[in-house]
Design a protein around this ligand. Sequence first.
Ligand code: XMP
Length: 544
Amino acid sequence: MEKEMVIVLDFGGQYNQLVARRVRECNVYCEIYSYKTDIQKIKDMNPKGIILTGGPNSCYEEGAPTYSRELFELGIPVLGLCYGAQLMSLVLGGKVEKAPVREYGKTEVFVNASSALFEGVGEKRVNVPAAPIAMAGHERNDNATQCWMSHFDYISALAPGFVSVAHTADCPVAAAENKAENLYAIQFHPEVLHTIEGTKMLYNFVRNICGCAGTWRMDSFVETSIKEIREKVGDGKVLLALSGGVDSSVLAALLAKAIGSQLTCVFVDHGLLRKNEGDEVEGVFGPNGSFNINFIRVNAQERYYAKLKGVEEPERKRKIIGEEFIRVFEEEAKKIGSVDFLAQGTIYPDVVESGLGGESAVIKSHHNVGGLPDFVDFKDIIEPLRNLFKDEVRKAGLELGLPEYLVYRQPFPGPGLGIRIIGEVTGEKVKIVQDADYIYREEVDKAAREYKEANGSDPSWMPNQYFAALSNMRSVGVMGDERTYDYAVVLRAVRTIDFMTAEAADIPFEVLQTVMSRIINEVRGVNRCMYDLTSKPPGTIEME
Ligand code: XMP
């Protein structure tokens, strides 16, 4: 069966990955390509539909990203979003200018429910404000829905063959279509959550207009991948560095299902993992777990602590931890001898961010490991998760039977607790931060669970990442009748969508107080607890 695919052509917009994710939520497979992609390559991929993303430019400016008219004449349905909508109009003979009113934020949009794009969208409204400019072919749009607008320019004249199918109080063309040619343009952003019915609009496009059957599912991904891995690997040997994070765990499970004992996983316990984490990983993948693989756990704690002795500077700590990982891994690999494949847990956002997929190349500042090992003898690399988004990786993990606590693990930095201990790392400090962090997570999880049981949904304060860190500060306190001089633990919890910006989560004060009193009572060496209120920016999520 040929794979159905929709292509997202990236014009540099910040939401390019989100567009692709939403399309995949409609069970349609989708990949991101730069707007510079050659038309022949697009034809060869034979997509069922093409989506043009937003972008930071004005499409009428000299040198602005563009695409030739041919793209719209392939007979493949095209949907332009924001910049993509304007570009489509301009290339096809309409007019785009600086808008008299800049629309930004949540905006009420009036859509024509008889357009295939807006089938089932919005609610009937009386007293709909008229479009600011009357246009030929402008139907009466009276179904209202909330959308997210962000544009300086606007479509001031429709391209021949197009009609406006949505307007706002300030914008005559919030959406347009040329039904005969299957061309659609949306001025707002259906991919962001503030566009309440955005997913329905994208569903209408990919499923109804493009005619995709919606066969992209995680069970079929798992099944197909297992087949592909078997074909590629044959009876060869595969080596994987297992960190215990979501990506490498899902990868290990997938490879285990595909090739079983041909897989060797090396799990380096660097002594900077969360409490019990090393044993949890061993429990799942080790000899008592349910997978039939070669599992090697290297207990390298002391080796790491020795390397980190006296080192205070965060970047140096990161570098040491990364490099040491490579050395330990290499030593184990040498014992195993030559392997055929090295497996890597690369996922789709890594591919896009490294500039290979879309247009907006972000410079990656985080490296879990300090590059590829130099001295591991392998012939080829395999990256079976390379086309998946994080939420899809999690779904694949559940499909493969991994426990939920592993699949829904919150993000954890490669250098681990090494960057959650300010200043020098010692075994004693690691123990303190592990114990404090365990209590903190336990109490937050409990409060969130109770809230959910009572209200049916997560609390509004539910953090996306939360952990305890150890400040390097010691201060005076009293415990019983004794004077103490102990460490201060910092509690961090943030709400964020993309981890690029974040806000401190407003965890209820009673929960924080319980955490504080438990940590001070139960964790030796701590006499003070602080809650970090800093947003990102100017702060970062981690403290180092
Ligand atoms: P920051 O601290 O930069 O963190 O606001 C953003 C997200 O990235 C994670 N993080 C890392 N992940 N290696 C990683 O793999 C690192 O060195 C690293 N530093 C931060 C952090 O946990 C948060 O989710």
